[in-house]
Write a protein that binds this ligand. Structure first.
Ligand code: T4K
Length: 369
């Protein structure tokens, strides 16, 4: 049985990658911001049309470090959503801050902007929304709320690389945005991530944070850690970036086939396409409500057929065991997120997924009914 998993890493041609890394066998320069790192950074600044891109070894550390760079008072509150990967909430808590969970809306599953203001207290310092599945948050209203209350906005844009909203790259919203370049993402550097922002003053802080605060052989100015992207990762990024457009075009075809096959079926809800958004077709979530089988049963049936759909994002982060005793935890406080977490399944989606395989997946789902 042909096994199909939820995602499959995009990889450049083997020879193209070898060509890109070949020079390292002459230079023996493998990490610490070498030539590949510098080239990849400038490629990304151009591609994302963003003033500053700081590369990281993964998206999570990029997010942890940009939060740290804001130097919030310990114990301050950050408004965020629980319908996300563990990383988002962990990054807040690992910085000694308190996550305040806001519900999501049921159209695109991003933060419900109507519910943000009621959660703001005199301890609130930031909003940390997630462009979940590559869907863009209501960036205008979030900016307006943040400005009215003097808050920072940091986007978890892990899913939103190469997405544009009215022609503007997602790298340019909020005070900063974090992208993940993990192997499972639309665009990968094996592991990897970046923080994008326009504030010149943040550049040295973000660079210090990922390299022990070392400014020179005899100068250490900051208590930083180590979160540098290696030359091999950067080389992967350089190669994958060359093919990104065609990868996204292929993903679009897969999504169109899913939509053709699954639209209009009672009990199945597909996420609407967002107006003004140039998508990266990162994920294909389907909500099962009032269908012949519930989400978990569909998941099991697909698994029996060798198909690895995923329950992104179940459980909600506000019901994780590690947050059980947390004052702000409890999925009951975010009913829309709780509803979706129990019903959503993200179907396999990657550039090389054959349309016949998409049909096979849809046939299994449709037959269940
Ligand atoms: N914020 C958000 C909203 C995020 O979604 C993430 C990461 C982050 C922050 C943090 O960014 P990073 O620090 O990761 O850069 C995966 C990824 O590990 C994770 O990066 C991602 N979100 C999350 C949504 O998905 P798992 O545990 O589901 O991955 P795994 O290993 O089960 O892989 C899923 C499928 O991908 C496999 O079935 C096959 C395929 N795959 C996997 C790997 C590891 C490949 O084709 N190649 C591979 O190398 O978390």
């Amino acid at each position: 049985m042909n096994q199909i998993l939820v995602s499959r890493s995009s990889m450049p041609d083997f020879d193209e990658y070898c060509e890109e890394i070949k020079k390292m066998w002459d230079t023996h320069w493998l990490t610490n911001m070498g030539e590949e790192h510098r080239k990849f950074q400038s490629d990304l600044e151009e591609f994302l049309d963003c003033r500053h891109v700081v590369l990281y070894t993964n998206g999570h550390l990029a997010l942890e470090n940009i939060i740290a760079a804001m130097q919030f008072e310990p114990g301050s509150e950050v408004i965020t959503t629980p319908f996300t990967f563990a990383s988002t909430t962990h990054a807040i808590v690992r910085n000694g801050l308190v996550p305040i969970f806001c519900d999501i809306n049921d159209r695109d599953y991003t933060i419900d902007v109507d519910k943000i203001e009621s959660l703001i207290t005199d301890r609130t310092v930031a909003i940390l929304p997630v462009h979940v599945y590559g869907n863009i948050c209501d960036v205008e209203r979030i900016r307006a709320i943040a400005d009215a209350h003097g808050l920072k906005v940091i986007y978890d844009a892990a899913h939103a690389f190469a997405v544009k909203y009215h022609g503007v790259s997602t790298a340019n919203f909020g005070d900063a945005s974090m992208f993940s370049f993990h192997a499972t993402k639309v665009f990968n550097t094996i592991e990897g991530g970046a923080v994008c922002f326009s504030n010149d003053e943040l550049v040295s802080t973000m660079n210090d944070m990922k390299n022990f605060g070392i400014r020179g052989p005899e100068s250490v100015v900051f208590v930083g850690g180590n979160a540098k992207m290696s030359e091999f990762q950067a080389a992967m990024g350089i190669c994958n970036l060359r093919h990104l457009e065609e990868e996204i075009a292929k993903r679009k075809k897969v999504v169109e086939r899913y939509r053709d096959r699954l639209t209009g079926i009672k009990g199945l809800k597909l996420c609407a396409e967002q107006a003004g958004v140039e998508s990266n077709y990162a994920y294909f979530p389907v909500v099962f409500d009032g269908y012949g089988m519930n989400r978990d049963e569909v998941f099991d049936r697909l698994a029996e057929n060798g198909i690895g759909a995923r329950k992104y994002f179940y459980p909600l982060t506000n019901s994780f065991e590690c947050y059980r005793d947390y004052p702000t935890a409890g999925s009951g406080k975010t009913p829309v997120a709780a509803y979706l977490a129990d019903r959503v399944l993200t179907l396999p989606l990657y550039a090389d997924l054959a349309l016949e395989d998409v049909d096979r997946i849809c046939d299994i789902i449709i037959k269940i009914k």
